[in-house]
Design a protein. Structure first.
Lengths: 488, 345
């Protein structure tokens, strides 16, 4: 062992220690960055006793990382669904408010009963018409809210898809850098962190599966198996529907030519914001719209007039009519958009120039349909029949996902129960997913994050080691001087 | 090393992450303590929200029926008062007729009493409550019994003239025999008070009585109408004595007239009593229904409270405990933030 070797050793030790301090500095800088992972320098001792940094690796836990990605997607889809359901719930309100169609039907039924108990009191007749008007406009408003939720989901999906395309473009550049850097043996740990950050952002929009290959190359697939990125980014396209109406089906998101949402999808997305939004737009909101349409249809049927004169006229719309009136909508099936066009028949509405006598006596559709032939002022038979009919069993379309045979008031109640049930389930699920994500993120952070106190303590150690190496150089230098003196 | 490693980010977040949840729970508990009701009914009840709506619907229906029953009670009272008046006047007339020994004088006084009785009968039969005629059946918008002068009188005059050839004020009515009078009263005169003459000349009431729903399961007939036998008999008896030339008749014919009138008015008064009994029954049923409905409403209120209600004391305790948790979390976070090696290096 010569002095020169000792000098070399000290020199390399200085470089190594300096590099380690630099890495520690990077760690401290990234301590609060959630996508930063702790960098670890691996110093190695060479054959001649010199130290060098062989490589810089980063702390990672693949299993935990995948867990966090999955949890992010699930939390994101549940949140999107819950937000939509909260908006839909506005059409129903609290149980003691008069907002829901169910509560308004109660008001109508009671005013009808009171009118039947005193048919010659025109004010009670007006109360019936007012209640009916409130119910019709309530159904119309609810329809508008539902279609707005659908339209908003549609727009949000478009925004999501734009976001995905931006991320994939950045991903492509980064991935190319990483693979070429890894092949050349360069330090790509920062880019790896950046790429992981991009994958996290992507997992919010849709569920992703990550496959790592040679030279840190990564291929991305959706959680249903459609390729998102494989050396090159794949195309993700979506067309918004400008005018969302009852019965309109929204477009599907198409990835690499494969539709991943909607009925036609063979490989549909399971999680991510897009999954939640499409569930809202294509399943939940249309089912609720169907329920509103069925309530409207039940009302038109209940208050329909039938021919009293024996001339064989068809049943025609009475107090409630719609855009297809005076014909009655077909029974037992949904007529899309009926809840948007239902209104009080102007012939029975004093505000539109009509008269409430039409409710009591019939005859809204002409003299063939008059029930009160004698014109008696306290004729209660028609009103009693209407009250009974309102509480009569009807057939409803199973496409609305609640009862297929019920009375109109009970059907409206069932609709409220259905919506609140969905909301309750979504809320519980949302809480669970958020907690799960929070715990998984904490675990990942603990596995790959930086502890500043630990870094600082390490830095103190490195400081000492640096001082020792400098001292060694000083000592060797002094020894060299002494040697030279000997030759004078 | 990995299992005990805690990153700075996780360390600082450990207490902060719960604040959102604690705050929203605190708000919820406060709302429940002040309103004694669930803060978000739909979220807590889920599929059972419909039950709350059903209970409210049933309660509202009972409230509406109770209101209608109050109005009905008032109408029934009014009807009873009118029937009372008819009964009293009829009884007084009956007494007058009975007090009269056969063949005695003062037919003029009786005729006066009959005329007055007829007018008061028509008045009572036309009792109205705010434009709603109580004795008109379902034809409640039009006055049931016409004024005698314009309604029944022309037909009576025509029948009298046709049968006897003279008007009621003609002195020749003294020639009417008791047999003739008896025949007239049983045939032509009686026909004036039967259908269709009754409906044409006297009454526009409908034969169909009002029906009202007094409780969710009960529908009852709630009125009597002016076409009832009792009313026709009253009209007949009064008209008989008031307008068949009583003062001009000879004693025999007059006695026949009075005897017939006595029979008829007696029958009328007892029929009126049974009408009053019928209405009395209805009132009783209404009162009973009202009591039952009140009990039901109390039960429904209890059910609703069980479903949607919250004990405010329990909510306050919850609110206090969340408050304490939040404060503890704040103080721990403060301590954690101060734990740094830099303070000691």
């Amino acid at each position: 062992m010569s002095l020169t070797v000792a000098l070399n050793t000290a020199r390399t030790a200085l470089q190594t220690t300096a590099a380690q301090i630099a890495i520690s500095g990077r760690n401290i800088a990234g301590a609060n960055d959630p996508s930063y992972s702790r960098k670890i320098a691996l110093p190695v001792t060479g054959a001649d006793g010199s130290a060098q940094i062989l490589s810089i690796s980063r702390a990672s836990d693949i299993a935990l990382y995948h867990r966090v990605i999955v949890a992010t997607s699930n939390a994101s889809s549940q949140q999107a669904l819950l937000d939509g359901l909260d908006q839909l719930q506005q059409t129903v309100g609290d149980t003691d408010s008069q907002e829901s169609p169910a509560a308004k039907i109660t008001v109508l039924a009671n005013s009808l009963q009171q009118f039947a108990n005193a048919p010659d009191d025109a004010r009670l007749g007006q109360a019936v018409v007012t209640a009916a008007t409130g119910l019709a406009s309530g159904l119309q408003r609810a329809t508008q809210t539902v279609q707005k939720v659908r339209a908003d989901s549609d727009t949000a999906i478009a925004v999501s898809v734009t976001n995905i395309n931006t991320i994939l473009a950045k991903f492509e550049t980064l991935n190319a850098q990483i693979t070429s850097g890894s092949a050349a043996g360069a330090d790509v740990t920062s880019q790896l962190d950046q790429r992981d950050g991009l994958i996290s952002q992507l997992s919010e929009e849709l569920g992703v599966t990550v496959v790592t290959r040679r030279f840190n190359d990564v291929a991305l697939y959706t959680d249903s198996g459609v390729p998102l990125f494989d050396v090159k980014a794949r195309s993700v396209t979506f067309q918004t529907t400008p005018a969302m109406a009852p019965g309109t089906v929204g477009n599907a998101v198409v990835i690499d030519g494969v539709p991943v949402t909607g009925d036609t999808a063979t490989m549909p997305l399971h999680s991510g914001k897009i999954a939640g939004l499409t569930q809202l737009r294509d399943e939940v909101a249309p089912a609720y719209q169907n329920q509103l349409d069925e309530i409207a249809r039940g009302l038109v049927e209940t208050f329909a007039e039938s021919d009293q004169s024996g001339h064989g006229g068809a049943d025609a719309a009475g107090l409630f009519t719609w855009s297809g009136g005076p014909a009655i909508p077909p029974s037992g099936t949904v007529t899309a958009g009926l809840a948007a066009t239902i209104r009080v028949n102007p012939i029975a509405n004093p505000a539109a120039g009509g008269s409430v006598a039409g409710v009591r006596d019939g005859g809204i559709n002409g003299s063939d349909y008059v029930y009160n032939a004698a014109g008696a002022a306290s004729f209660a038979d028609r009103l009693d029949a209407l009250a009974t009919s309102l509480n009569g069993q009807r057939a409803f379309d199973p496409a609305a996902q609640i009862d297929t045979s019920a009375t109109v008031p009970n059907y409206a109640n069932a609709s409220v129960s259905w919506l609140e049930n969905l909301r309750q389930t979504a809320s519980t699920e949302n809480d669970f997913q958020k907690t799960f994500l929070s715990r998984a993120s904490d675990a990942l952070s603990n596995a790959t994050g930086v502890n500043m106190d630990d870094e600082y303590a390490q830095q103190i150690q490195l400081e000492q080691s640096y001082a020792a190496s400098s001292k060694l150089i000083n000592v060797v230098s002094q020894l060299f001087d002494q040697l030279m003196l000997a030759f004078k | 090393m990995k299992s005990t490693f805690v990153s700075t980010a996780a360390f600082l977040n450990s207490s902060r992450s719960d604040w959102g949840r604690l705050r929203s729970e605190l708000v919820k508990a406060n709302v429940e303590a002040t309103t004694s009701r669930l803060a978000d009914v739909g979220l807590t009840l889920g599929a059972r929200t419909g039950q709350g709506l059903s209970i409210r619907r049933d309660d509202a229906s009972l409230a509406a029926l109770s209101d209608d029953n109050a109005t009905l009670s008032a109408h029934l009272d009014q009807s009873q008062a009118a029937l009372d008046a008819m009964s009293t006047t009829g009884n007084a007339f009956l007494q007058s007729l009975l007090a009269l020994p056969a063949g005695s004088a003062s037919p003029r006084a009786l005729q006066q009493q009959a005329a007055t009785g007829l007018a008061s009968f028509i008045d009572a039969a036309n009792t109205a409550a705010g434009g709603h005629y109580l004795f008109a059946g379902i034809n409640s918008a039009s006055q049931p019994v016409h004024d005698y002068a314009t309604g029944g009188k022309p037909a009576v005059d025509a029948a009298f003239l046709a049968t006897f050839g003279v008007t009621q004020s003609d002195p020749n009515v003294a020639n009417i025999t008791s047999a003739q009078m008896s025949g007239f009263l049983d045939n032509q005169f009686a026909a004036l008070f039967a259908d269709p003459a009754w409906g044409t000349n006297w009454s526009t009431a409908s034969n169909q009585n009002l029906t009202q729903r007094i409780s969710p399961n009960e529908k009852v007939e709630t009125s009597v109408n002016a076409n009832d036998t009792a009313m026709r008999k009253l009209a007949m008896a009064y008209t008989m004595v008031a307008d068949l030339g009583t003062t001009g008749l000879n004693a025999d014919a007059r006695n026949v007239l009075f005897a017939k009138a006595t029979t008829i008015i007696g029958g009328a008064v007892s029929d009126i009593t049974s009408l009053q009994g019928r209405l009395g029954d209805v009132k009783k049923r209404v009162d009973d229904a009202g009591d039952r409905m009140k009990q039901n409403r109390d039960l429904l209120a209890t059910q609703l409270n069980a479903l949607e209600g919250v004990d405010p004391a329990e909510a306050k305790v919850r609110s206090d405990s969340f408050s304490a948790e939040l404060e503890m979390s704040y103080s721990l976070t403060n301590k954690i933030l101060h734990l740094s090696i830099l303070n000691y290096a």
